[in-house]
Design a protein around this ligand. Structure first.
Ligand code: GLU
Length: 487
């Protein structure tokens, strides 16, 4: 058996979004799960008109952030080397001449107008337009100024796709396609075949948009006397409503935006793998080690996979929790230690807050954290006094039934009791329970009131823990301020 070699072959035509990167992940998983398997990155930059400056670098950076490391490919700084198709033109020329010599390629002599006339003729006669019906009898010698076309050998194929299963096609799906364009660059249809052979690729894993061209590719493999690699076609990724293909409007954003918002690469890999794959059990949270062990192309579904960003949020939260359990300091480091590169609110670095305090805060909020950019919203009241906002009381389901005067009386009782606490979590829990008995109020009322009056935030972790971290002086100061506001 040949060692497994898979590749990711993006065109540098813009940023990478989830659909593109999922293909990369699957190809990487197939390589990683096989002993000695290799994953290759190839930049398919043969369409000069569609190329977007900087996008090869962007692809490299995206893979690197996601930890989808390639074994062979461009250098990390994006310098053009042999893994860019634009640097391989001589190789395609050599192969093109092999086909010409074998009588399997010809110079296309027609002008755009002539082709248009053929097309209209076919339309009039209600038959499909095929180039192979118009092969020139005496094609000129190919000098590179005209396109070079493949001379196909139309036939039926039955083949196996590692995802889509057994497929059959008829001769009508085969035509004389362009191998080399008149600008000297090969087409995707030709270049990828040459490169996959040259790079000894064993599995071609790619999107559904190429499925209808596969009969042409098989025909070309035959002409070159090459056994095709294993072909695996990925299902589409559908928008959140599950109807149409995912678009930028549905949230198919740049993969590096997720880095900016503070998603864990591990969670992202888990999410991407779940787009069209499961292991046949109910398991949803997978470590990358598990993905490598368990992934298989034959469990990739054939129908479209629905993109649901809420699922990503949920998975990211789950991975944050796992990371916190395994290594809280690592999570702390990822959130950024310095104000120059940090997800913490700015005030978290002001005196008197140190790393110990920030770690305590993190310990409390990690349970709610779904992505790092939420951190300021979840934690700002630990670092500064938020402005009094009466709507938090007046719109609160539990509190709006009371007059401000009644709330003030309750809060005064709370203050008296809290003044006797040492503000350890345990003691606060006891004191808060005493207070419930004393006042005869429900926790929903009393604890909401104290929470709002000591944080002025829309939500917070458990009250006793929160007060313990905020500390006695500050909590009581805030209570006093709130008492004044409740006139
Ligand atoms: N360059 C093609 C694309 O970006 C690659 C398809 C393939 O993986 O062969 O869609």
């Amino acid at each position: 058996m040949k060692p497994v070699r898979t590749r990711f072959a993006p065109s540098p035509t813009g940023y990478l979004h989830v659909g593109g990167i999922r293909t990369a992940l699957f190809a990487w998983l197939v390589a990683k799960q096989s002993p000695g398997g290799k994953f290759i990155l190839r930049i398919e930059d043969t369409d000069q008109a569609r190329e977007v400056q900087g996008s090869a670098q962007h692809i490299i950076d995206s893979l690197s952030w996601l930890g989808i490391e390639y074994d062979e490919g461009p250098p990390k700084d994006g310098t053009r080397n042999d893994f860019y198709q634009s640097q391989r033109l001589e190789i395609y020329q050599t192969w093109a001449h092999k086909l010409i010599d074998a009588g399997r390629a010809y110079a296309d002599p027609y002008t755009a107008e002539e082709v248009q006339a053929f097309r209209e003729q076919a339309q009039k006669e209600k038959r499909p337009f095929l180039y192979r019906n118009h092969r020139p009898e005496n094609p000129p010698v190919w000098d590179g100024t005209t396109p070079l076309r493949f001379k196909s050998d139309p036939k039926a194929y039955s083949r196996h796709d590692a995802v889509m299963g057994d497929l059959s096609t008829s001769p009508e799906s085969i035509d004389d396609f362009i191998l080399v364009k008149s600008d000297g660059y090969p087409t995707y249809n030709f270049a990828h075949i040459v490169d996959d052979v040259d790079m000894e690729i064993t599995h071609v894993i790619r999107g559904q948009e190429f499925l209808s061209s596969v009969p042409n590719y098989l025909n070309l493999y035959e002409a070159l006397d090459i056994t095709p690699p294993i072909l695996a076609t990925m299902p589409h990724i559908l928008g959140p409503d599950g109807n149409k293909k995912l678009s930028k409007r549905d949230g198919a954003k740049d993969i590096l935006d997720y880095r900016k918002e503070g998603y864990l690469p591990e969670a992202m890999r888990n999410f991407l793998a779940s787009l069209g794959w499961n292991d046949g059990t109910e398991q949803e949270v997978f470590s990358t080690k598990e993905l490598i062990e368990k992934f298989s192309l034959d469990r990739v579904q054939r129908s479209g996979a629905r993109f649901d960003e809420r699922r990503l949020l949920w998975l990211n939260g789950a991975h944050i929790r796992n990371l916190y359990e395994d290594d809280p300091n690592q999570l702390y480091r990822l959130l950024g230690e310095s104000p120059d590169a940090t997800f913490w609110p700015e005030e978290a670095f002001a005196a008197p807050y140190g790393a110990t305090y920030r770690k305590r805060v993190l310990g409390l909020v990690q349970e709610r954290l779904k992505f790092f950019a939420e951190l300021p919203d979840l934690t700002n009241f630990f670092f500064r006094d938020l402005p009094v906002d009466m709507s938090l009381i007046d719109n609160n389901k539990q509190l709006k039934k009371f007059s401000h005067a009644e709330l003030k009386t309750l809060l005064e009782q709370a203050k008296t009791t809290l003044e006797t606490s040492d503000f350890s979590s345990d003691d606060l829990t006891n004191k808060l329970n005493e207070l419930l008995e004393q006042t005869g109020q429900k926790p929903g009322v009393l604890f909401s009131l104290i929470r709002v009056a000591t944080t002025w935030a829309a939500a917070s972790p458990g009250l006793a823990d929160t007060l313990a971290v905020i500390g006695k002086d500050r909590s009581l100061e805030r209570l006093n301020r709130s008492l004044k506001a409740l006139l």
